[in-house]
Write a protein that binds this ligand. Structure first.
Ligand SMILES: Nc1ncnc2c1ncn2[C@@H]1O[C@H](COP(=O)(O)OP(=O)(O)OP(=O)(O)O)[C@@H](O)[C@H]1O
Ligand SMILES: [Mg+2]
Length: 364
């Protein structure tokens, strides 16, 4: 097993394309690290540089403590699983899985032993004589994993391995991947643009945008304490709400004013200077005001219910407040009607204040 360390790594494809910009990141030995970010942010490029399929323009890469910038891919002891699986169509499943071992001149009896062990783990025993063309998407995906696992590399590099599967199979494979990682304990760097995969699989998550690393942390750290508006918005569904308003500090009390409404803020915000800010509130931290709230609180936000969506385990209320459309996620089945006014409470302890210019989180 091995740790993978990127130190100020950049990849410049041509004058105008800086695909990865000064990225510093360490995947600890045995860790499951997820790279997540929107399309084109540099995830695949980062993985390909680690695999040795793409030259590193500047910075250094260490695998297992050893400088790896100029190592041949085959000497890096990493195995990559590609989004399109890249199986050899003319080879049987067995030979696909044996390919990496044979390429490394592993004695044939050991090849057989390892392939059948991995086939057992992944439930592929019955399929070893088939060719990839005769497999379902999920089975092909398993073969691609099997080929990587059979080699027993020090590091797995997985590029969106579940993106071609249907939603149900994705959930199953996600669970299997988590179990497999627990069993093998191999350092894994996993690329996805799916924030649910990132949150559920990662020991830690690295959020990228525009070739740059925005934040690295445990799923909980990133979700609860996003460093900027981009990270706050990227993780969570429905996305975090953003409200433009004014931060006020009066007599030691902090508040946030939007239109005619004033929201009291907890003490954690008292050091944020007054002025224009953007308040970020996740849908699950906004509730419908109870009749008690309406009697006793003076910091309710009022708006018109535009759309009510029932998603089974929760209701999503889309509420027009001043110029903004706010989404609240509630677990009860409220007696409210579309087109009418509703009052909302915001759990200000779990809110964030962002700088309107830089997007930086002012409250962490
Ligand atoms: N071979 C290449 N030559 C020039 N530019 C490239 C090349 N490969 C990628 N790029 C550019 O580098 C940037 C990062 O691409 P990359 O494939 O790493 O993104 P990604 O995060 O994996 O995106 P996706 O989620 O769509 O797979 C993009 O702007 C892309 O157009
Ligand atoms: Mg990609």
């Amino acid at each position: 097993m091995a740790e993978v360390e990127l130190d100020s790594v950049s990849k410049i494809y041509s004058k105008n394309v800086k695909a990865v910009d000064n990225a510093s990141l360490t995947a600890e030995d045995g860790e499951f690290l997820v790279l997540v970010g929107p399309s084109g942010c540099g995830k695949t490029t980062t993985l390909r540089m680690i695999a040795g399929l793409e030259e590193i323009t500047s910075g250094s890469l260490r695998i297992g403590g050893k400088l790896a910038n100029d190592l041949e891919p085959k000497d890096r002891d990493v195995a990559m699983v590609f989004q399109n699986y890249a199986l050899y169509p003319h080879m049987k499943v067995f030979d696909n899985m044996a390919f990496g071992l044979r390429a490394r001149k592993t004695p044939e009896p050991e090849v057989r032993a390892r392939v059948s062990e991995v086939a057992g783990k992944l439930g592929l025993e019955e399929l070893l004589d088939r060719k990839p063309g005769a497999l379902s998407g999920g089975q092909r995906q398993r073969v691609a994993f099997g080929r990587a696992i059979a080699r027993r590399p020090a590091v797995f590099l997985l590029d969106e391995p579940l993106s071609n599967l249907d939603a149900r199979l994705r959930v199953i494979m996600r669970r299997e991947l988590a179990m497999l990682h627990r069993e093998l304990g191999t350092t894994t760097i996993y690329v996805t643009h799916d924030q649910v995969e990132a949150m559920t699989l990662g020991d830690r998550v690295c959020v990228m945008n525009d070739g740059m690393i925005r934040q690295v942390g445990t799923p909980k750290e990133i979700y609860d304490h996003p460093v900027d508006r981009f990270v706050g918005e990227f993780l969570g569904s429905p996305a975090m709400n953003f409200l433009e308003g004014e931060k006020k500090n009066e007599d030691g009390d902090a508040s946030f004013a939007i239109g005619d409404f004033v929201l009291s803020l907890t003490q954690q915000f008292k050091n944020v200077p007054s002025g224009n800010v953007i308040l970020g509130a996740r849908p699950e931290n906004i509730s419908l005001a109870t009749s008690e709230d309406r009697d006793f609180r003076n910091d309710l936000i009022e708006g018109t219910l535009e759309v009510l969506e029932d998603v089974g385990e929760a209701r999503l209320l889309h509420v027009q407040v001043a110029d903004s459309l706010i989404v609240a996620k509630v677990t009860e089945r409220p007696e409210v009607e579309v087109g009418y006014k509703v009052s909302l409470t915001v759990d200000s302890e779990r809110c964030h204040l962002f700088d309107p210019e830089t997007g930086k989180n002012l409250s962490v």
